[in-house]
Design a protein around this ligand. Structure first.
Ligand code: ZN
Length: 164
């Protein structure tokens, strides 16, 4: 089932998510719902805090193909290399866009939905998406990484766009 997506400044987006310790049906359901919700909003990534769940889980789908989704649980990022920037958006920040500086390549280590070790060596769009979604699990949003004036303008729009 799909879930409503929390929009900034909703507090769920600002809390560090809890690590997952049970790789059971509840987690599989959450992963399925995140994938459905991501597609329903034509997104390419979605993290559990964005649907109000404090769990270190996100999904990503850089190919936008159904069945190509990546489910990541309890991730850590290592081996950040290089610098890059693209204009990012976020389902929790409708109508806000900004060019964010990030590492060009990262190594993500975590678990899949069954609890098996998952390692992703990423560069390009996938590296950016992994960093964006990882940030959500720490309670960080991409606007936090914008230059201060751009961030202030974005935050002014957010107050106008706040919802329950
Ligand atoms: Zn986002």
């Amino acid at each position: 089932m799909t879930h409503p997506v929390c929009r900034a400044p909703h507090p769920a987006l600002r809390a560090a998510a809890q690590p997952v310790d049970a790789f059971a049906d509840d987690l599989r359901r959450l992963a399925r719902d995140l994938i459905e919700t991501m597609h329903a909003h034509d997104g390419i990534g979605l993290a559990a805090p964005q649907v109000g769940r404090s769990a270190q889980v996100f999904v990503a789908n850089p190919s936008r193909r159904r069945g190509g989704e990546l489910v990541v649980v309890n991730p850590v990022l290592r081996g950040a290399r290089g610098r890059t920037s693209v204009v990012e958006g976020c389902l929790s920040l409708p109508d806000v866009w900004g060019r964010v500086r990030r590492a060009a390549a990262v190594r993500l280590e975590g678990r899949d939905v069954d609890g098996q070790p998952l390692v992703v060596e990423a560069e390009g769009l996938l590296a950016i998406m992994l960093q964006h979604e990882f940030d959500h699990l720490q309670g960080r949003l991409f606007i936090d990484r914008l230059p201060w004036l751009t961030r202030l303008r974005a935050q002014a729009r957010l107050r106008a766009a706040a919802c329950a």
